[in-house]
Design a protein around this ligand. Structure first.
Ligand SMILES: C[S@@+](CC[C@H](N)C(=O)[O-])C[C@H]1O[C@@H](n2cnc3c(N)ncnc32)[C@H](O)[C@@H]1O
Length: 285
């Protein structure tokens, strides 16, 4: 991009001006809650350059305008993907799935077997490996889960990854890494290449921005929100932790990512119950 904000299509290098970086940073903070340090400028610059060249956009102002234009949803999700990572895998941070299996699910499954309602949420689920890992753990503990009122919700702000999660198609080498005790639930060669319906029917997927008010009436018994809040600044993280605390039933569990920390008012009620694992203990209970 030249000093006037015009991209030279064949240029080898490209640099956002400080003003342009600031415009992107402000947009990302307002719409996605992202905290973007100035140290990210070279990375953002090179990723954005590639994107704009691919799209034949030669003017930075046009790009900014496209974020509010008729295809705003897709454009914004493209920008978010460029600023964050969708990296995930099955049974990531496996200790959380052991806690889910051994401590969290047994009383919830009993509750469901007595006719109760159980809701689990993977918030910021990326391509779906996290909610499918929850579903595999659930099916292993409770093979009849689909007949009970137990449901898993998987959401992400990015419609592209949500579509991927719904498609439920993963490369063989990724599936091969799933522990043998769960792999029996994953067919080695499924005719259409999708994960089995027994898993898929336990999960509902949707697009949801975690920095906006949650649209749910009912509460959750367990929430996984891992490696998502790491992108938010501190006040936004605290708001999101409080929103999760409000969205959890008393005794409900919140799992967060390995490099994330609980902070702010929610920390009074979300009590440590293992590595980056918190149980909702509202005042007076
Ligand atoms: C690194 S992935 C984490 C996936 C999974 N939870 C895990 O730990 O493996 C981060 C995900 O957070 C999503 N994300 C970022 N900002 C978000 C927001 N404001 N609301 C919802 N999801 C968001 C991204 O789209 C991305 O898919």
């Amino acid at each position: 991009m030249s000093a006037e904000g015009t991209i030279t299509p064949n240029a080898d290098s490209f640099s956002l001006s400080d003003q342009e970086f600031e415009a992107i940073a402000q947009f990302a903070h307002k719409h996605f809650g992202l905290a973007m340090a100035a140290s990210k400028k070279p990375l953002v610059s090179s990723r954005l350059a590639r994107k704009l060249r691919q799209r034949n956009i030669t003017n930075f102002k046009d790009y900014l305008a496209s974020l509010d234009g008729p295809n705003a949803d897709e454009e914004r999700s493209g920008l978010l993907s460029l600023l964050t990572t969708n990296v995930t895998h099955f049974f990531r941070e496996p200790h959380h799935f052991e806690t889910l299996r051994n401590d969290v699910l047994p009383p919830l499954v009993e509750q469901a077997r007595r006719g109760g309602r159980v809701r689990l949420w993977s918030a910021g689920c990326s391509n779906g490996q996290e909610p499918y890992s929850i579903a595999m753990t659930l099916l292993d503990v409770c093979p009849e889960a689909a007949k009970l009122d137990i449901k898993i919700l998987g959401t992400d702000i990015d419609p592209v990854v949500v579509r991927h999660a719904q498609a439920a198609k993963y490369p063989e080498d990724e599936l091969a890494q799933i522990d043998a005790k769960y792999s029996k639930l994953v067919p080695k060669r499924d005719p259409d290449g999708r994960l089995p319906e027994s898993l898929r029917k336990l999960i509902t997927f949707g697009v949801l921005n975690l920095i906006e008010p949650f649209p749910f009436k009912g509460k959750f018994d367990a929430i996984f929100c891992r490696n998502v809040a790491i992108y938010f600044d501190n006040p936004t993280q605290q708001k999101v932790w409080s929103a999760f605390q409000n969205a959890l039933n008393p005794g409900g569990t919140l799992f967060i990512g390995h490099s994330e920390r609980m902070s702010g008012p929610a920390a009074q009620h979300l009590k440590t119950a293992g590595i980056t694992t918190y149980v909702n203990s509202p005042a007076g209970r």
